[in-house]
Design a protein around this ligand. Structure first.
Ligand code: SF4
Length: 547
């Protein structure tokens, strides 16, 4: 072939259009979206995580004997040559390997660690996400035991489905096979996750995928498809993948290109994502205008997968009318209490919840009204989080008890309870032995009660939102604005690092103030939103039946 299509492991999990764009010579000069600072931070965190693991493993491998590190700073050619030498020498552990490209197979790729067994080499990934859950049966070895022969069913962990990890392992195994280095007789790969407490071993031929497929079968199908997409793009043949808005678009560097294309064609995926957009296009409904022209009272014209067809038609009409919100109900209702608390929790990745911000309002129960935050500024993870959470729960319980004792009703509000609930239960699980931490039953009884109101659900049930349902999109409709123009979950991660001096720096106290103000604004936003829903939304927001 006169062109060179080389795909890395990520191609099989990536958007097909992205594979096309990355291989289209005509798109090399196209401006991409600016780098996402949150993504860059995650990459930096993952690098630091990998380095920490490498140190531990190298130390454990008989004082570094048989361990070779290949620097990622080397030019690709040198790194790949060093990897080949180490493989040919039969080095037991090769860290930072870059495997020789497989031109015929269209593959390239590197791997954190290659481990030699009696039968050849197998790949081990070091990732910064969770790879197990509570349960049993995950095939594991101890963290520094890299011999898969020692694996046994783990009594405390079950495998968390991470399809991308398994597909990456297959890709790497294929690259090892080309040079004749892959383990014979089985297809095995290991993963060390965020907790870095065990190695999980995956049998890549196990038929654990939907439809009785294995990771290898799934990979083969996907890879053949991506090679076809990339080859068509590289040779100027008709594209095999067109843009269509999906979740991945939010963080994709190609979004400016795809957005311009989708907007110019008024593509139906601007209001209906994923499979439903594909289904609509197949029956000739490929624009927002065509969708808006359908009768929302009819049965869906094809099998519908997400949300309701009626909503989709209404969203299309809202999009055409340039409306952020449309009312689905004649009367907007929010559960209200005599005493009300708006709650917003701030977490840092998987490390913990460092702040519980609360805004007390309503009837006087002898406690100071307004905003307060229960917070730990010790860098997470820290046991001081238990102290801060216990103080939050004690205050919160006091408010509830005083309210009930006064014969009044209590309501607490959050925006998307999934996040708050995750850390309410997570705090109980992690700090159950500490003083002041409630029981799981106590938290469950509150979370399941009418006292806990998720405004995200109220918004979802009563409005159609053409620009998304995030608080930062919805609260401005209620007239609320954040004091900090950069306020946002992603930005707050960087502020938090500085606020606690996470990388060994001096803690930046101004960033603590910034986080407190941001958290206070979030609870003020939910307060403003529920007030607006109670008083004004019913008249200010157009009703979908009138569109
Ligand atoms: S912006 Fe969306 S459609 Fe375009 S390449 Fe990226 S993920 Fe694919």
């Amino acid at each position: 072939m006169g062109y060179e299509v080389l795909l890395d492991a990520g191609a099989v999990s990536r958007c097909r259009r992205r594979v096309h764009l990355e291989n289209d010579p005509g798109k090399r000069e196209v401006p991409l979206a600016p780098p996402d600072p949150a993504l860059e931070q995650r990459i930096a965190d993952a690098t630091a995580h990998r380095l920490g693991i490498a140190e531990q493993l190298a130390e454990a491998s008989e004082a570094g004997d048989g361990w070779v590190t290949i620097s990622r700073d080397l030019p690709a050619g040198e790194r790949s040559a060093a990897t080949e030498r180490a493989l040919a020498d039969g080095v037991p552990f090769i860290w930072g390997a870059l495997l020789p490209v497989d031109l015929a197979g269209h593959r390239r790729g590197g791997v954190d660690l290659l481990v030699r067994t009696d039968q050849g080499y197998l790949p081990v990934l070091v990732v910064r996400h969770r790879i197990t859950d509570r349960g049993s049966g995950a095939p594991t070895t101890a963290m520094t035991d890299l011999d898969p022969a020692h694996q046994s069913p783990d009594p405390a962990r079950k495998v968390r489905a991470q399809p991308r990890d398994q597909l990456r392992l297959v890709h790497l195994r294929k690259l090892l096979e080309v040079g004749g280095y892959a383990e014979k007789g089985r297809a095995l790969g290991g993963v060390i996750g965020l907790d870095a407490d065990v190695v999980v071993w995956h049998d890549l031929n196990a038929k654990t995928w939907p439809g009785g497929r294995s990771a290898v079968t799934e990979y083969n199908n996907r890879f053949a498809d991506r090679v076809a997409v990339a080859s068509a793009a590289a040779t100027g043949q008709p594209a095999l993948a067109e843009p269509s808005r999906i979740l991945e678009c939010r963080r994709c560097p190609w979004w400016p290109t795809c957005e311009a294309e989708l907007t110019s064609t008024r593509d139906v995926s601007l209001v209906v994502r994923g499979e439903d957009a594909d289904g609509l296009r197949k029956i000739g409904v490929s624009t927002v205008d065509a969708l808006a022209a359908l009768n929302p009272a009819d049965e869906p014209p094809m099998s519908w997968t997400a949300g309701s067809f009626t909503d989709a038609v209404m969203l299309a009409r809202a999009w055409l009318a340039d409306l952020t919100l449309v009312r689905r109900v004649t009367d907007v209702v929010v559960s209200r209490g005599d005493v009300e608390v708006d709650v917003d929790m701030e977490s840092f990745g998987e490390s913990g919840a460092y702040m519980w911000g609360c805004l007390l309002s309503g009837a006087d129960i002898g406690l100071e009204q307004g905003y307060r935050a229960f917070v730990t500024w010790d860098p997470l993870p820290t046991n001081d989080e238990a102290r801060s959470f216990a103080e939050f729960w004690a205050w919160f319980t006091d408010v509830r008890e005083r309210t009930l004792a006064a014969g009044l009703t209590f309501r607490a509000y959050c925006y998307n309870a999934l996040a708050e609930n995750r850390w309410l239960f997570g705090s109980v699980e992690r700090f159950g032995d500490h003083e002041g931490i409630p029981s799981r039953a106590e938290v469950k009884s509150f979370v399941d009660s009418d006292e806990w109101v998720d405004l995200f659900l109220s918004v979802s049930e009563q409005f159609l939102c053409s620009q998304g349902k995030g608080l930062k999109v919805i609260a401005p409709a209620a007239g609320f604005g954040w004091r900090d123009p950069e306020a946002g979950g992603e930005a707050s991660m960087g502020w938090y690092r500085d606020a606690v001096g996470m990388d060994g720096d001096v803690p930046d106290l101004t960033q603590r103030e910034r986080l407190l103000q941001y958290n206070e604004d979030d609870v003020l936003a939910t307060q403003a939103l529920r007030g607006w829903m109670t008083d004004r939304a019913g008249t200010e927001v157009p009703f979908m039946g009138d569109l």
